[in-house]
Design a protein around this ligand. Structure first.
Ligand SMILES: [Mn+2]
Length: 565
């Protein structure tokens, strides 16, 4: 199999003169900015004002989520009876940050006996199990509140009922038909899909419960961290939370995050989505992948400057180790794919004994980008239990696909683009055949080929500092709130400036319309050398303000290119 060249259609959005002119004059903004807003469904003055000025007032009352009132009642009861509470989270950034948010929220509410608990990926696995409920029972816990997990934890919920432990589930994973037995279940996925809070991450849900208890919003930096790390859509309430949270982080600099950023050479000034997703989040995740996530939780909760530096050092080391393991697995996977896998395969599924379970999701994600098909990596342990991580591509809802394979699976869960599953080793061949069939069928039924939605065609001369500052106001951008995307044609590549960095990425100086900018293309190096062997190219990109000296104030983040015709 060779690296797929994606045939992505460049779709340039229509310019609606009437709408653009009326919004542009009502808001006194340049027409092109009005056009960008309209493309994002922000077509009225009030929506635009809300978009440009995220504020605490935009955070919806937590009581609009089902179950919050009952959960608050049960927590008040726990406070009055001085009961012991477990906050049971997860080992990824969302689960860790959410656990920190709720633990702090409960303490602020005046509850003393709050104990955060994170499962260990390798020994406990994901989620609350009957064994862990027994452990809680042996420690005289009377109430367990889950964070970022629990919606599918039926056996554990029955065990809790049997042992007289009450359960409050807070989660954001997609519920199946059967729900666990609980005092209260708070899950935005149980609301109407138009609910402004429908896309909260696990920490976002924990935040809502803490807000319901205390009446004032707190720990928004942690909610932002989790929302970005969990790749939730940055629209509606999520965008507000992330925007406020990033600002909060830059201003107040929580001890643990300050230490981690400092040792990682990340400035907490002007925090943005990238600094979280490529800088802080992987390091906070590293502990839970390799060992025990509790270290990262401690980092978020601890206020002792020396202690947080110590933990940060450990996390940075764990992250280096994670990278090495990831590279080992990716090289192993690529050599199998290139040698044995048919280039028209609808999906790639690879199986190994004892691949590190904390790493296979990362590798699946990189491979799905590289080959443009869904990729599953399965690791089988000594007992013949196989755990898989699958990452999908645009247009293939992987949870739907897995639900059609559920008769060969023991467990599965996740989101449209990323999921995990468990099955018995003996069922793997059947699973592989089945999943490839289903994905092939879905692909053949797909009417539209993947497209890049481009906001507008512009010339380099249009990119000035005022334009860049307007674009800045579309931040935080990311999944669900795409950064403004432009196309410029007949761009000259300045020879001798082309540079590969970090193996896969490319940087070069580009000239058009008398102006020169530096462009950066992530994961584009290989394709670039194969396909950009012309003097001029057309590019799709986002211009960004850059404080780095190399870029002279602005850099272009290149998403796609093709030789000019
Ligand atoms: Mn989550």
């Amino acid at each position: 199999m060779t690296n797929a060249t994606q045939n992505i259609v460049w779709k340039i959005s229509n310019w609606d003169n009437e709408k653009v002119n009326s919004l542009s004059s009502a808001l006194e903004i340049p027409p092109i900015i009005a056009h960008l807003l309209i493309n994002r469904g922000i077509d009225t003055v009030s929506k635009a004002e809300e978009f440009f000025k995220p504020s605490v007032k935009q955070i919806l009352s937590p009581f609009t989520l089902k179950g919050v009132d009952k959960a608050v009642d049960r927590i008040i009861e726990a406070k009055n009876k001085d009961e012991k509470i477990w906050v049971f989270g997860d080992y990824d950034v969302d689960g860790i940050a959410g656990t920190a948010v709720l633990t702090r929220g409960l303490k602020r509410f005046g509850i003393e006996k709050v104990f955060p608990y994170l499962p260990e990926r390798l020994s406990n696995g994901y989620g609350l199990t009957p064994e862990l409920v027994e452990k809680a029972h042996s420690e005289s816990v009377r109430l367990i509140i889950t964070v970022d997990n629990g919606i599918s934890t039926i056996p554990a919920s029955l065990k809790a009922q049997e042992l007289g432990i009450d359960l409050i589930i807070t989660d954001h994973h997609i519920p199946s038909d059967n729900l666990p037995v609980a005092r209260s279940i708070i899950n935005p996925k149980l609301e109407e899909s138009e609910h402004p809070s429908a896309n909260l991450c696990g920490a976002g849900v924990a935040f809502k419960l803490a807000l319901a208890l205390n009446g004032t919003p707190n720990d928004l930096d942690l909610v932002a961290l989790a929302t970005i790390a969990d790749v939730m859509p940055l629209t509606g309430e999520n965008r507000t939370l992330v925007s406020l949270g990033l600002r909060h982080l830059s201003k107040y600099k929580r001890a643990g995050l300050r230490a981690l950023a400092e040792l990682s050479n990340i400035s907490l000034e002007d925090m943005d989505v990238e600094k979280i997703s490529y800088g802080l989040a992987p390091r906070i995740n590293a502990a839970g992948r390799l060992d025990n996530a509790f270290k990262s939780l401690e980092l978020l909760l601890c206020e002792d400057d020396r202690k947080v530096l110590e933990i940060s050092q450990e996390l940075i080391k764990a992250n280096e180790e994670r990278k090495n393991l990831e590279n080992e697995i990716i090289n192993d996977a690529i050599s199998e794919i290139e040698a044995y896998i048919d280039k028209d395969t609808p999906a790639i599924v690879l199986t190994r004994r004892n691949w590190h379970q904390g790493i296979i999701g990362l590798v699946a994600s990189r491979l799905s980008h590289r080959y443009s098909v869904p990729v599953a990596l399965i690791s089988v342990d000594e007992r013949g239990i196989a755990k898989g991580s699958i990452r999908s591509v645009y247009g293939i809802d992987i949870i739907q696909v897995l639900s059609k394979c559920k008769h060969v699976l023991e467990q599965y869960g996740g989101h449209k683009l990323a999921a995990g599953f468990t099955l018995f080793e003996d069922n793997i061949p059947q699973f592989i055949e089945l999943i490839k069939d289903i994905i092939a069928r879905e692909k053949s039924e797909q009417k539209e080929s993947p497209a890049l939605d481009i906001d507008s065609v512009i010339d380099f001369s249009q990119i000035d500092s005022s334009f860049l500052q307007w674009l800045q106001r579309f931040e935080p951008t990311g999944y669900g709130n795409s950064p403004p995307l432009f196309c410029t044609t007949n761009v000259e590549i300045i020879p001798h400036t082309v540079q590969i960095f970090k193996d896969f990425n490319i940087r070069m100086a580009l000239k058009q319309d008398g102006r020169i900018f530096y462009g950066t293309g992530y994961y584009l190096a290989e394709r670039f050398f194969k396909e950009a062997n012309t003097k001029k190219i057309d590019i799709v990109y986002t211009p960004k303000i850059s404080t780095s000296k190399i870029y002279g104030g602005c850099k272009l983040i290149i998403k796609d290119f093709r030789p000019s015709s």
